[in-house]
Design a protein around this ligand. Structure first.
Ligand code: SF4
Length: 277
């Protein structure tokens, strides 16, 4: 599993280097900017949150600026984003940060209103460069599908270190985010163009289901009959049964279909041959 976790990390980072989304906060380590975008993007797509981020950071470039603002002003700027209680929590958080400073709060950011385990780790990774995974729905979905598991809790306890080994945690976390938003999407994942498809358990199980459905199907029996005829030129019914090892009912059904489609002839004494006309 460790080797597979490391392989996933390398493949995702390679994909990310070529496909990463460019957002203004992505190259900053300013914790206020990181906190702002993280709270704006809770339950909101990054592209949409980014539009609000630009207005907010202009108006409130520091926790002090926001803490001195009226809540009405923040709420007005929040219009259209939804989940307004986030605005309230952000305002409260700005006051706590203004009073204590990020330095005093570090690393216990969960004391801030609106900051849960994900946002805490996003701050630790993006603002402080710590080797932690910001576990959001994208990361969980990719891991579950790729490794064919139902829960990531135990997996991450063991494998987080391999996903973070020898890379900047910022890159890994952002790679999961971008990959989950554009390739391994919640609905309609783009498996057909996915660069990690070959090692993905979800992809394998899809393939397995497909193969299981095909096994013993009329299509498969027809294919086997044609293969036997190509090999033998013509063949007696009994020998065909021995050679392809399907039950009589399935073989008869396939033979009737093949004859109807003018692909074979069934001659006297049950000799079967390819219809070359
Ligand atoms: S093959 Fe499909 S399910 Fe697997 S990681 Fe790629 S997009 Fe996700």
């Amino acid at each position: 599993m460790e080797a597979k976790a490391e392989k996933l990390k390398i493949d995702l980072i390679n994909w990310y280097q070529k496909n990463k989304r460019d957002f203004p906060w992505r190259n900053t380590s300013n914790p206020w900017k990181i906190l702002l975008i993280e709270i704006l993007s809770q339950q909101t797509q990054l592209e949409r949150a980014n539009k609000y981020y630009k207005n907010f950071i202009k108006e409130f470039p520091s926790p002090k600026a926001m803490s001195n603002s009226s809540f009405e002003k923040i709420l007005k700027m929040w219009t259209g984003l939804g989940y307004n209680n986030r605005a309230k929590r952000l305002h409260q958080a700005s006051k706590i940060i203004e009073k204590n400073g990020f330095k005093k709060i570090y690393p216990n950011f969960e004391v801030l209103p609106g900051v849960g385990p994900y946002t805490k780790n996003a701050l630790l990774s993006f603002a402080y460069g710590e080797k932690v995974l910001a576990v959001d729905t994208n990361l969980e979905r990719i891991i579950k599908r790729y490794f064919g598991i139902d829960s990531t809790t135990d997996f991450l306890k063991v494998n987080s270190k391999y996903l973070l080994k020898q890379v900047d945690s910022r890159d890994v976390n952002q790679a999961f985010m971008d990959f989950g938003s554009s390739i391994c999407r919640n609905s309609n994942p783009k498996c057909s163009i996915c660069p990690i498809e070959k090692n993905c358990q979800k992809y394998f199980s899809k393939l397995k289901n497909h193969n299981e459905k095909f096994k013993g199907s009329n299509r498969e029996v027809r294919g086997k009959i044609i293969k036997a005829l190509v090999k033998n030129n013509h063949i007696k019914y009994q020998k065909l049964l021995e050679e392809i090892e399907y039950d009589k009912t399935k073989v008869k059904k396939a033979l009737i279909g093949l004859e109807k489609d003018k692909l074979i002839n069934i001659k006297k004494k049950n000799i079967i041959e390819i219809n070359s006309n």
